[in-house]
Design a protein around this ligand. Structure first.
Ligand SMILES: [Zn+2]
Length: 456
């Protein structure tokens, strides 16, 4: 049999496919044609059957699917790093969040949103994250799409600030029109993006959640997502304050009330879920919803001191858990899995490096309804691939390869990143961008944000 030609052949790799069987090829290879994976398997088979127009020798290093971050406020990327550093001293941070974020958020124009999104996308790619899900807080989706595509990442957008509560913490946010009529009309405004199945920017349905929406709005958003075959995303039970506020409004624990109302379906992707009482834990464990865990957020706000974190336990019960950084405040993408691992340990659970890889790849794709074409390395799926480097002391000796790359070296061993078959990061640097010029553009945008918001 004559060998077939592919565009790119990754050889001499320790391949983790993240497929349902967690198939791995300790001496493996991947053939890529155009934007897709053409073949994957043991090196001996793939190299016999395929010739690459271009080849990458992974030198035995780990190869895995690109991570998918299922919750990132991309236009608040720099804002998160500029907010005031304080001790919460055991207090609930909800009021502080509103005060710190709203001023700079309200100062965002298209150039500042572009800069935030471009820097965030570059940061993600260099840490092996090839796609992210916007929680519904982008004002100018055209500017942000331009930034994401300039950097070469993948994303899903939603409508901005769908809120129907008249709480000033929400109504002080620019663009919020706190009525059901406004939200219902605006929702679904990004779904046109799904018509092109090759598009790197997709659309989903999102409302703010966390006490900012009525039960009617939740019902409406869920139905709209189901009708359009996409995810329905909202924040839920991030802090003890907002969980208790939901208790008052809904007359019982929120997840229990949602179940009674028939609101917990496969389309639902609920973010945070840091506060789950016993009745809620059981309800969620038996439901088909997806949960997005933000371990860095949970750690930053020390929510574990006020409520046990039960997400690792939910994962063990079979719930589709993925990870989302939320906003980069005191941690980055390289840190998420590590923090999830530590929080799980602290709560008496053990998550293996393979569990954490599953959360960041296959489970994330499943949450978004993308599992037929993304989230694992299988023939026919998109070639969104991370190639690690063993040229790091953390990766030696070659013994616990998964643990050493995913938990110890973390983002530092990311060498090459491929999106849609295109090499966007090579030897740890972006292949198309002048990174220094981007940093300077971001610095200017950050100065403008601080000036407009009166933040020193
Ligand atoms: Zn969020």
């Amino acid at each position: 049999m004559t060998a077939r030609t592919c565009d790119l052949l990754i050889r001499n790799a320790y391949v983790l496919t993240a497929d349902e069987k967690r198939t791995k090829y300790p001496s493996g290879a991947v053939a890529i044609t155009g934007r897709d994976i053409a073949a994957i398997g043991p090196s001996a088979d793939i190299e016999r059957d395929w010739r690459g127009a271009r080849a990458i020798d992974a030198h035995g290093a780990m190869v895995h699917p690109g991570f998918i971050d299922t919750h990132y406020h991309v236009t608040q990327h720099m804002i998160g790093k500029m907010i005031q550093e304080v001790s919460f001293e055991g207090a609930d941070p909800t009021a502080w969040i509103a005060k710190q974020y709203t001023g700079m958020n309200n100062a965002l124009g298209p150039e500042e949103e572009w800069a935030n999104a471009a820097l965030a996308s570059l940061d993600m790619l260099r840490n092996g994250v090839t796609a992210f899900v916007d929680p519904g807080t982008i004002y100018d989706t055209d500017a942000v799409a331009d930034a994401v595509l300039a950097v070469g990442a993948r994303a899903s957008f939603a409508d901005a600030w769908i809120i129907d509560s008249d709480d000033p913490a929400f109504t002080n946010i620019r663009g919020v029109v706190p009525t059901f009529a406004h939200g219902a009309k605006a929702l679904g405004g990004q779904l046109w993006r799904n018509a092109d199945t090759g598009a790197r920017i997709r659309g989903h349905v999102a409302i703010y959640g966390c006490g900012a929406n009525s039960l009617a709005m939740i019902r409406h958003a869920k139905a709209l997502a189901e009708k359009n075959g996409c995810a329905f995303n909202m924040h839920q039970s991030q802090s003890t304050d907002d969980a208790h506020a939901d208790d008052q409004t809904l007359g019982k624990h929120p997840l229990v009330r949602y179940a009674e109302e028939g609101l917990l379906s496969k389309a639902c992707v609920f973010v945070h879920m840091n506060v789950l009482r016993d009745d809620e834990f059981e309800t969620v464990a038996k439901s088909p919803i997806s949960v997005v865990w933000s371990p860095t957020n949970s750690w930053y706000y020390a929510t574990r001191r006020r409520a046990p974190n039960r997400i690792a336990a939910l994962f063990k019960r079979g719930v589709n858990v993925s990870l989302g950084l939320d906003v980069s405040k005191a941690a980055s993408w390289g840190d998420q899995a590590h923090m999830a691992y530590l929080i799980a340990r602290d709560q008496g659970e053990h998550l293996s490096p393979e569990d954490l890889l599953q959360m960041q790849t296959a489970n994330a794709a499943r949450a978004m309804g993308w599992e037929s074409w993304l989230g694992s390395l299988e023939p026919g799926k998109r070639a969104d691939i991370v190639i690690r480097s063993n040229d790091r002391p953390e990766t030696w000796p070659r013994h616990n390869v998964e643990r050493q790359h995913l938990l110890i070296a973390r983002g530092k061993s990311v060498d090459t990143v491929i999106v849609d078959g295109e090499i966007v990061v090579k030897s740890g640097r972006h292949t198309r961008l002048d990174e220094r010029a981007l940093y300077e553009r971001c610095d200017r945008a950050a100065a403008i944000l601080r000036e407009r918001a009166g933040v020193s």
